[in-house]
Design a protein around this ligand. Structure first.
Ligand code: ADE
Length: 228
């Protein structure tokens, strides 16, 4: 899979050199490149924003640098992802969908967002998705893009060493994951639940399922409603 990111802060994405995704990049499973939007400006000040038509606070990102930057990256195979607090909420389901795409392009806006015509223009050519990380406001799309790249990247075959570890985690079956324990069996007076030491695989599976349902009911009851 190839991932291109357009941003005024390409250095933000240097952390993608480390850890699991860094290894996947070295192995050639993932190709990730961050591009500087300002390379596509042509004035002395390398201007990427201007005041909003209609007035109001803040600045809006100009369409011309975005058009030039995206034209250089987008192909018929691309999905364009625009992180935005006005987008649809990011979920594991969307991460799975993106993991099947051969090419993702992230357009990271700052200020009050990108001129709407950029989304409208590319929507006539390729899928364009406005995606929100959650109901709060970040300073720009970079941190949201990073979170999405990590969630999507680890679903690409070969990135996570043991694919079974992807199956039994939160959100894969619509429930939160069960609590996990390792040695020692007693730590600071706290015991591991005895069923986990019983060697009874059926009882362990039943206990874990109960824990998943109890935890989900307690902190995310709407997830149970969504399952019908
Ligand atoms: N940009 C600013 N806030 C954001 C959010 N919550 N999700 C995605 N992109 C954003």
């Amino acid at each position: 899979m190839r991932i291109d990111i357009v941003t005024i802060f390409p250095e933000f994405f240097s952390v993608l050199d480390v850890s699991l995704l860094g290894r996947a990049r070295q192995a050639g499973i993932l190709q990730v490149a961050a591009h500087d939007l300002r390379e596509h400006t042509h004035d002395r000040h390398r201007t990427v924003d201007d005041t909003p038509y209609g007035g109001g606070a803040g600045m809006v990102m100009k369409p011309e640098p975005w058009g030039e930057a995206l034209d250089a990256l987008v192909t018929d195979e691309s999905v364009l992802i625009v992180p935005s607090p006005a987008g649809e909420p990011f979920t594991q389901q969307i991460a799975r969908e993106f993991a099947h795409a051969p090419h993702l392009v992230f357009a990271c806006g700052r200020y009050e967002g990108i001129d709407q015509r950029v989304v409208d223009h590319y929507s006539s050519r390729i899928p364009v998705r406005l995606i929100s990380l959650g109901d709060y406001v970040l300073n720009g799309g970079e941190v949201a893009a990073m979170a999405m790249i990590e969630a999507v990247g680890r679903l690409v075959p070969g990135v996570v060493g043991n694919p079974e570890s992807l199956v039994e985690e939160s959100h894969e079956d619509g429930l939160l994951e069960y609590p996990s324990y390792t040695k020692p069996a007693v730590w600071r007076g706290l015991e591991v639940p005895p069923v986990l030491l019983s060697g009874n695989h059926g009882a362990v599976a039943a206990w874990r399922r109960e824990q998943q349902i109890e935890r989900t009911r307690r902190v995310r009851p709407e997830l149970l409603d969504d399952r019908g």
